[in-house]
Write a protein that binds this ligand. Structure first.
Ligand SMILES: O=C(O)CCC(=O)C(=O)O
Length: 409
């Protein structure tokens, strides 16, 4: 655990360096969590002894059926150290539907009042088919590029071994994901869900193959915002396997007042959760679907029991902030780990920064340019100052509760 923690911190600290790996490398894969989650997930790995991942972007298939492997072999392989890349990455993908990057207005996708009410009442809603085949293909290509050209910000995940590849704030380094946010209907869907007139990306995660899965938890890595200002999103590029991998939620659990604000993992047998424990909703998602939930809704994803994904499970997820959100300085708590950028914002500033780009009603060219200029990044000093207080608290009572429930599903 100590070694993994050290590796994670090292990865966080050097995440803004410029270049060190060969121009091209074969394939790769890993998992990551630059967050409180990293620490807990590493501890979980140590306990469960998960197997190694592996993959090759060149082999990432474009259709679901072709992704199945007849043998129980992982489709993703862990990269070697020299395969990691630093700085900005640009896959130069053609956007769907004739969209011109930086010019064409974002798309729209209307959802129903009923869907919004389901989200408000159950704390989660499944919206099918938001993104068509062209968008799914685009996201798969962006993911394949990323997995094949791993970014050093994903390095901590290699140590965690909970995902085959996982990278926080992938939009900041990979222009294809930024363009997806700027031009797709994602912002419009989430604005309707939040009954708000503005959506900004607070933080995101590219998650490829969650190995054995991720146990019951609530999400406290939402960026520098309050629970009520955040909306969680999950966009899948793949069909859910028949026997595992379907996200499961406890309906209405976002209303619970039993789980500590700082907790990630949740023991659903704990007192105060009785009314939610049996209200289980499982979603067999398909490519192009969205799951949208309240950050406090308790949920899990179970992987195959041997942790071997023989097919791809590629998801772009994260948290967006509604209009009117004020910046929350989370230094001293685990939440700071999803806000390590050098943006200079202070407590209660209006969340208005290229680090949290507006995507609805319309992206802002100046924010997009700041990202392209490399101004949306991290610095050694900033990371040290932000996580400085965390080390003390992490070893204290808050993290103690996480480790107690690692065995619960
Ligand atoms: O899809 C996954 O791998 C985990 C998703 C999840 O639980 C989350 O984003 O909070």
């Amino acid at each position: 655990m100590k070694l993994n923690l050290a590796i994670s911190l090292l990865a966080l600290l050097v995440g803004n360096a410029s270049s060190f790996s060969p121009a091209s490398k074969p394939s790769l894969a890993t998992k990551v969590f630059q967050s409180t989650e990293v620490f807990e997930r590493e501890a979980s790995v140590a306990k469960n002894g998960e197997a190694e991942p592996k993959e090759t972007a060149a082999t990432v298939p474009s259709t679901v059926p072709s992704m199945a492997s007849p043998k129980r072999e992982k489709v993703v392989q862990e990269p070697d150290l020299w395969e990691y890349n630093f700085g900005l990455q640009e896959p130069k993908l053609t956007l769907p539907h004739g969209i011109v990057g930086g010019v064409t207005a974002p798309e729209k996708y209307a959802i129903t009042e009923e869907q919004i009410r389901v989200l408000e009442e159950d704390g989660v809603v499944h919206i099918k088919g938001v993104f068509d085949e062209e968008w799914v293909d685009y996201l798969r290509k962006a993911t394949a590029y990323q997995v094949d050209n791993p970014h050093f910000w994903a390095f901590a995940g290699t140590a965690s071994k909970l995902y085959d590849y996982i990278q926080r704030n992938v939009w900041q380094t990979n222009g294809a994901f930024a363009d997806f946010y700027y031009h797709s209907a994602m912002g419009h869907v989430l604005a309707q869900c939040g009954r708000t007139d503005e959506i900004r990306v607070s933080t995101d995660l590219l998650m490829v193959n969650p190995n054995k899965g991720f146990k019951w938890h609530q999400d406290n890595q939402n960026g520098p915002i309050k629970w009520e200002d955040g909306i969680r999103f999950w966009i899948t590029m793949d069909e859910t396997p028949a026997d595992y991998g379907a996200p499961v939620y406890l309906k209405g659990s976002h209303f619970n007042d039993a789980v500590d604000e700082q907790a990630v993992f949740v023991d659903i047998e704990q007192s105060g959760l009785d009314e939610y424990r049996d209200k289980v909703a499982e979603f067999r998602t398909m490519p192009g679907d969205m799951l949208i939930w309240h950050p406090r809704t308790i949920h899990k994803v179970d992987g195959p029991s041997d942790g071997i994904w023989t097919t791809y499970r590629r998801v772009l997820g994260g948290t967006v902030a509604k209009g009117g959100t004020l910046y929350q300085d989370k230094r001293g708590s685990g939440g700071v780990l999803s806000d390590l950028g050098k943006h200079g914002m202070e407590q209660d500033d209006k969340l208005d920064s290229p680090f949290f780009p507006i995507v609805y009603p319309q992206f802002k060219e100046s924010e997009a340019q700041a990202r392209r200029n490399g101004d949306v990044g991290r610095s050694f000093q900033d990371i040290v100052s932000k996580i400085g207080g965390l080390a003390t608290k992490a070893s204290g009572e808050r993290f103690g509760s996480f480790f107690k429930v690692l065995g619960s599903r």
